[in-house]
Every structure is written in C-alpha cells, then in structure tokens.
Design a protein around this ligand. Structure first.
Ligand code: ATP
Ligand code: MG
Length: 323
C-alpha cells in the first residue's frame, strides 16, 4: 500500500499555483525525497498531506485516508516536523517531549519512558535537562524531530530537516533519519540538496513550479544528467594530447579539454571500480605531470539545468543565491 499518494493535486494562493497538478506515490516503509528549489511547492505539499491546508483540487491520501474527507484520521497516523522549529525554548528537552506525550494523552509513566527513549535515540541524554534555549541549531532540530515521533507515527514528514545546519550536524542528522527508515517509519523528506536526497532517499521526486519533473532512484536521476565527471589538470600544455590518449579508454572515449582552461581535461566516469587510481597510474606511466584529479558529482543545479533549462525559478531563490 502507498503511505502517501496524490493525484493531480493543485493548490492556489490567489493566482499563484503553489501546486499545479502534482502526482506522487510514496511506498510504505521507504524514505522518499521531495527535491526542489525555493518556491517549488515542497512545504505546500507537506501542508496538504498533513492536513494543515486544503488542496484546491485533486486528491491526496495518507495510509489510504483522504486528507480532505477525514483529516482527523490522517492526523492520527502522522508526525510533522516543519521547516521552522516548534520547540518551546523555556522548557528542557525532556519537558518538551513529555508535554508532547501529554498532548497525545499518554499515561504519566509512559510519558517519562518515551521521553527518555527519544533523548537516547537523538543523542540528547546529556542535554535533556537543560532548557532548549541553550541548544545549538542542530540539537534543537533533533529535539523537534524527536517531538514529532512521540506518538510513534507511521508516516513522518520532515520539511528541510537540515537547512541551516553546519556540515557536521547535517551528517549526524542524516544518521538519525536513516535510523527512522530502518525501524520502518515512512519518511517523506523535502530538501533542496541532491546530495541529501542521495544519502537518505530510496526514491526521489524532483518538483519545480508545483509539478513533478522527474522521478527515480538517486542513481537514475544522476544518470539523466550525465553522472559523475572527472577533471584532470596537468602541469605542461605540451602533454595534453598524450594525457588525453592515455585515459581515453577509461572514460568511454569522451575526454574533452575544458573551455577556458586548456590544462584541464574533463570526462564522464562511472563511480566505483577504481577509475581514479587507474587514471593517475596511466598518466604517470605516460610521463604526464599531474597537478590535480577531482571527481565532480552532479549537483541539484545540474539536475535542474538539464531538466528545465533554468537554474532557479523565483526572485526569492535568486536572492538566496546572491546572499
Ligand atoms: N500562504 C501563502 N500565501 C501565498 N503564497 C504562498 C503561500 N504559501 C506558499 N506560497 C507560494 O507558493 C509557492 C510554493 O511555496 P512553498 O512554500 O510550497 O515552496 P517550497 O518548495 O517549500 O520553498 P522553500 O524551499 O523556499 O521552502 C511559492 O511561490 C510561494 O510564494
Ligand atoms: Mg518550504
């Protein structure tokens, strides 16, 4: 059965189509990534699925329950962590969790047990009895997710769980999200980062301007934009042809001199299989001095550029890029 499903879903704010006919099918027990730039409709779709807002047309179900006809039924099986943290700063981490459990009418003894379990799971045991206002951004985000898990939802929505976190906190957050997938919770997570969807999601839907423009496993999406590339920079221009010749069969014969940078060759490669060490060995054997070898993976921008012909689509996102 599908955990989340929608068909021809639209949501208008005045004349703005936040969702313009979205179709999704999220299998139960999977971690599913909804990937898109600012303004793509990620938060809007999460709001519709979690019954915070009604669609303008189309339909959506969570665990087979219609979000418009039976919002209460939907709410009883979901957890939601919004884009902006819902933590009460004046309470400790433990108190935040117990308060949430009380809200779900758990017995007092169960509330304490559940709070301790979740502090443990999200590595907040030491910080558990400090007020949340002393928490770092990453800790706050973890507490926020822990709070949405108090009632053991079968479907969890995470709206940009790592935006604003530093790289280390982001990686630790990925561990926690992976754990949720392991215990069978269906996770629908939104993100602006292909890398994040890549790390976490079994399947990704790319959305732009309120509709799905691509769908597949992370590998399938990357293949659509040409997969990984290797960039080889050499020291002497006179060696460029020898270098090209030396590595051409490792790169399916498609080695190109990078425009504007005559000492650099770029070529598509397939991950794994020790291609990079082979490239270095070949160049060495051919007597080519190598300055640098770098593997570049497609970014969300590459996916977008190739799928839509534009990088971003709203003034807001342009501003974000400039900022
Ligand atoms: N309450 C609202 N009133 C008017 N317009 C809205 C409202 N909520 C969203 N929109 C518009 O709908 C579109 C989709 O917004 P949404 O918040 O779903 O995007 P998003 O993918 O979550 O973006 P971000 O990455 O910036 O969080 C945008 O053009 C946005 O300006
Ligand atoms: Mg959003």
């Amino acid at each position: 059965m599908s955990a989340v499903r929608c068909e021809a879903l639209t949501k208008y704010y005045g004349k703005t189509a936040a969702l313009a006919g979205l179709d999704l099918d999220v299998p139960t027990g999977s971690v599913f990534g909804l990937l898109g730039p600012n303004g793509a409709g990620k938060t809007t779709s999460v709001k519709v699925f979690s019954t915070l807002t009604k669609p303008s047309s189309g339909y959506a179900t969570v665990n087979g329950v219609d979000v418009v006809e039976n919002p209460g039924g939907v709410r009883s099986s979901i957890g939601l962590t919004g884009q902006y943290a819902a933590v009460e700063e004046r309470l400790t981490g433990r108190e935040n969790l117990e308060l949430m459990a009380r809200y779900f009418h758990h017995k007092k003894s169960d509330r304490k047990v559940r709070a301790s379990e979740l502090l443990e799971m999200f590595d907040l045991v030491e910080a558990g009895d400090r007020t949340a206002k002393t928490y770092s951004g990453g800790m706050r985000r973890r507490l926020d997710i822990a709070m949405s898990l108090v009632d053991r939802p079968s479907v969890l929505f995470l709206d940009e769980p790592t935006t604003g976190l530093d790289p280390r906190s982001r990686i630790s957050m990925w561990d926690f999200i992976n754990k949720l997938g392991d215990v069978g919770t269906t996770v629908l997570l939104t993100t602006q980062y292909l890398e994040e969807a890549d790390q976490l999601a079994e399947k990704i839907a790319v959305i732009d301007r309120g509709i799905k423009i691509a769908e597949g496993t992370p590998d399938e999406l990357k293949d659509q934009v040409g997969g990984d590339k290797v960039r080889v920079s050499i020291v002497k221009l006179e060696n460029i042809d020898v270098a090209k010749e030396a590595i051409t069969d490792l790169c399916a014969g498609v080695v190109e001199q990078e425009p504007g940078s005559p000492l650099t060759l770029t070529a598509p490669i397939w991950t794994g299989g020790g291609v990079v060490p082979n490239i270095i060995r070949r160049l060495d054997a051919a007597g080519v001095d190598v300055r640098d070898v770098e593997v570049t993976r497609p970014t969300l921008d590459d996916v977008f550029l190739s799928l839509t012909g534009h990088l971003t689509n709203s003034d807001e996102s342009v501003q974000d890029q400039v900022a």
